[in-house]
Design a protein around this ligand. Structure first.
Ligand SMILES: Nc1nc2c(c(=O)[nH]1)N[C@H]1C(S)=C(S)[C@@H](COP(=O)(O)O)O[C@H]1N2
Ligand SMILES: [Mo]
Length: 332
């Protein structure tokens, strides 16, 4: 099979790779079936990779969001996908409360229609995108990424979206644009905890422009083959898989290009605890706890053995070069 890779590392999937929603199967079932078959080990492992690449069962709760399998390097971890019910009931979305169960309980008030994302600042072509137009800007890809929260839990989710780089290229950043700021919706009428004093609203996050251009940084519209549930940041969020979860802003309404490092919500709330970079790094402790291990939600019970956290959350091969020569203890 021939896949063309362009200079940015994007692979353009051919049509036969488009995953029909109907063929999603449970991975364990397929593995069991393969173990009892007569297939040779090599064939089984090849088939296993194919099977795991499309293991996701569509939950059937929200509108379907068709996607092609991503060809971006590192975009499909082989790990077991977190159950939909776990990924959608244990969340951080402080606009809807600080308890992990709050977003699932409260985020039904979020109003996602209509939704506009303003892209402005140091760009040649600033624009206001209606969600529908943003969705159409590039083909939707499925990417199975780990996401690790700074508090120590992690999950593996089949996200649907496209590289943020596609949008960035479209608006043509000016030469002095060095950073990208992501601003979340802050509507006290529909978000009950906006106005509470835990954070400075709106929730803001930021990336250096070369980080934002890395093909792994995903502008995300869906998960598990469907549009995002409100508690996971509908209708559009970021997923930056090599950074702690809080860098992945939810329900984004504005993307702004700047020449100065943007202030970020968590950095403003606790400067010594949350730096601008916030790369997943098992060797750099949070001031109040170790970051060396993690628990997978839904899978690891409270007393189960924890798993080792990987450098850059396992995406070292794809992103380490962004930080060459930087002291990652200082730039935490
Ligand atoms: N607007 C907004 N975005 C946010 C947050 C938030 O409170 N508000 N929490 C962050 C944190 S701390 C994490 S771990 C992830 C959680 O994403 P998930 O609920 O899809 O797991 O969202 C991030 N994005
Ligand atoms: Mo988090």
């Amino acid at each position: 099979m021939l896949i063309k890779t362009d200079r940015d590392g994007f692979n353009h999937p051919i049509s036969s790779e488009i995953t029909p929603q109907a063929v999603y199967r449970d991975r364990r079932q397929i593995m069991k079936w393969m173990a009892t078959g007569a297939a040779g080990a090599a064939l089984a492992s090849w088939a296993g990779r194919q099977a795991m690449a499309q293991q996701v069962q569509r939950p059937g709760k929200l509108a379907a969001l068709q996607a092609v399998k991503s060809g971006v390097a590192g975009a499909a971890t082989m790990e077991k996908v977190t159950e939909y019910k776990d990924a959608t009931s244990y969340n951080n979305f402080y606009e809807f409360g600080t308890d992990k169960a709050d977003p699932a309980k409260n985020a039904h008030t979020l109003n996602t229609k209509p939704w506009t994302v303003e892209v402005d600042g140091l760009v040649k072509k600033p624009a206001k995108y209606q969600l529908e137009d943003l969705l159409k800007l590039s083909a939707q890809e499925e990417r199975i990424y780990r996401l690790r929260c700074v508090e120590g839990w992690s999950m593996v989710v089949p996200w649907v979206g496209y590289s943020l780089a596609k949008l960035i290229e479209r608006v043509e950043p000016l030469g002095n644009a060095k950073y990208v700021e992501f601003i979340s919706q802050a509507d006290p009428k529909t978000m009950p905890f906006v106005g509470s004093r835990v954070l400075d609203w709106p929730y803001t996050e930021g990336l250096r422009i070369d980080e934002a251009m890395n093909p792994l940084a995903l502008l995300t519209f869906g998960m598990y083959g469907e549009v995002l549930p409100n508690q996971n940041g509908a209708p559009v969020r970021l997923v930056v898989p090599w950074k702690y979860g809080f860098k992945s802003g939810k329900s984004i309404v504005r993307i702004r290009f700047t020449d100065k490092e943007p202030h970020t919500a968590w950095n403003k709330a606790a400067q010594q605890e949350y730096g601008f970079y916030s790369n997943v790094n098992p060797n750099v402790d949070h001031p109040r706890w170790s970051q060396a291990t993690e628990r997978r939600i839904g899978e690891d019970g409270l007393f189960a053995k924890k798993r080792k956290t990987l450098m850059f959350n396992g995406y070292e091969a794809q992103v380490a070069q962004l930080y060459a020569g930087m002291d990652l203890k200082k730039n935490f």
